[in-house]
Ligand binder design. Sequence first.
Ligand SMILES: Nc1ncnc2c1ncn2[C@@H]1O[C@H](COP(=O)(O)OP(=O)(O)OP(=O)(O)O)[C@@H](O)[C@H]1O
Ligand SMILES: O=c1ccn([C@@H]2O[C@H](COP(=O)(O)O)[C@@H](O)[C@H]2O)c(=O)[nH]1
Ligand SMILES: [Mg+2]
Length: 242
Amino acid sequence: MWRRVASLSPLVSSSKSRLLNQVQVAYGFNAWQMFSTQVLNPAEGGVSDSRRTPFVTFVLGGPGSGKGTQCTRIVETFGFTHLSAGDLLRREISSNSENGSMILSTIKEGKIVPSVVTVQLIQKAIETSDSNRFLIDGFPRTEENRIAYERVIGAEPDIVLFFDCPEEEMVKRVLNRNQGRIDDNIDTVKERLKVFAELNLPVIKHYSKKGKLYKIDGTGSEDEIFERVRPVFAALRYPVLL
Ligand SMILES: Nc1ncnc2c1ncn2[C@@H]1O[C@H](COP(=O)(O)OP(=O)(O)OP(=O)(O)O)[C@@H](O)[C@H]1O
Ligand SMILES: O=c1ccn([C@@H]2O[C@H](COP(=O)(O)O)[C@@H](O)[C@H]2O)c(=O)[nH]1
Ligand SMILES: [Mg+2]
């Protein structure tokens, strides 16, 4: 965990790194909590207040429910950074990484890639970004994903969006998507719907119980759906980048 903290900010000098390492070991602070302490003093070259704990939104919904489409709109209007877990995994396939072939076959089958792989990709994307507000699209897919993320990142998401869409509509959208995705075929979509119902709905229920869930009607035009999303973000208070 410490090595990841060190990679969070190149501004942290090696002596500070050692100090932070000792704090981490002594008190078991997680990466983001560290930024909320006075250990990193902006006046001394540490990170500024604006880079404290990032504001994280999980964006969930079945295949073709419109997660990616609405994330693009949220980015345009509210300046979030969009991290699609599926895109991060597809990038691993294209870059011929060591996990590439395992990820490819998992996606082809509509199954879920092991948490250790996905959480690491998300963590790296957060840590190497200058942003402090993220939309994490299509993750966590399972309770195991959720627990792994919360343990590694050391924080829960601030809010969770759930695009609720009838299966029939989702299938129609996926089969019309035409972006050359290997999982956009009827057999894989059926499996993805099954996996969504069995493994992803429990995650959605979990955040609903915690009062973090915003359930959005995912039917209608893209504009109509965005008008349901807009008030969620318009009412939020989140850190503003300097
Ligand atoms: N409201 C809408 N009405 C009709 N088509 C839509 C709507 N929103 C998105 N689409 C289209 O449906 C397809 C799926 O949308 P999108 O990629 O945003 O879904 P997704 O939830 O990210 O799916 P996946 O989980 O498979 O990545 C795309 O081709 C998109 O252009
Ligand atoms: O956290 C994740 C996210 C995605 N996957 C796999 O990728 C495909 C496609 O994901 P999209 O979000 O629809 O782009 C998904 O069906 C899974 O096979 C994953 O394993 N874990
Ligand atoms: Mg998507």
